[in-house]
Design a protein around this ligand. Sequence first.
Ligand code: ADP
Ligand code: AMP
Length: 220
Amino acid sequence: MASSFIVLLGPPGAGKGTQAEVLTDKLGLPHISSGDIFRENLKKQTELGQKAQVYMNRGELVPDDLTIAMIHERLSQPDAARGAILDGFPRTPAQAEALAKMLGEMGGQVKVVPYIAVPDQELIERLSGRWTCRSGGHVYHEKNNPPKVAGKCDVDGSVLYQREDDRPETVSNRIRVYSQQTAPLIEYYHSHGLLAEVDGTKPISQVTDEMLKTVQEHLK
Ligand code: ADP
Ligand code: AMP
């Protein structure tokens, strides 16, 4: 059977990472977050990390050629052979085309694109209260989804921090960049019959239920 890829689409702060954590557990597919890979490279001060940092700090997109090469390398790892949950990639029409080509060559396909819809005002509130774990990228919210012990990740006990690009100035630019460069993918995937809109304003567990139902229908 062709391997199954799920693309999580939605603005920054919609809940892609939060939902990906559950999907990865339930479906046994790896969670591949382009933002996490960039941050990992930044931590290790690789050449890719240094190049990406400039764009990330401004809330802009890392150029397509760098991003596509990085994802190509990640999808070539053995754990992605059966499929993956893609979070934050693709973010431009050129990336979506490159993904379709890569998967075609690997014998895989995008099976469904859950689009988590959340209005801008709510995104700003979510990102300003987001706390992220240093080692595994697990995410919390100081009000909506607090960790059991303040400042510590429930999953691996590592320290929680607030991302540099979650500051209000950068957040508004990220939302603008999303509207201009990524939102066209809603129509792109809709026209391919793959889009499944999910109401992202509901509590986390309700979004999960709706998402799992849709995803499981498409994976049949
Ligand atoms: P994304 O990966 O799309 O940028 P995250 O999954 O990191 O978004 O979620 C952004 C913030 O919003 C986090 O602090 C998370 O705990 C919180 N959050 C996620 N989903 C919901 C939800 N349905 N309701 C309220 N807060 C949420
Ligand atoms: P995220 O963790 O998904 O919020 O991404 C954080 C930042 O990483 C973004 O604001 C971009 O600068 C960069 N980034 C992540 N994914 C991509 C992508 N697919 N294309 C370009 N830049 C990306």
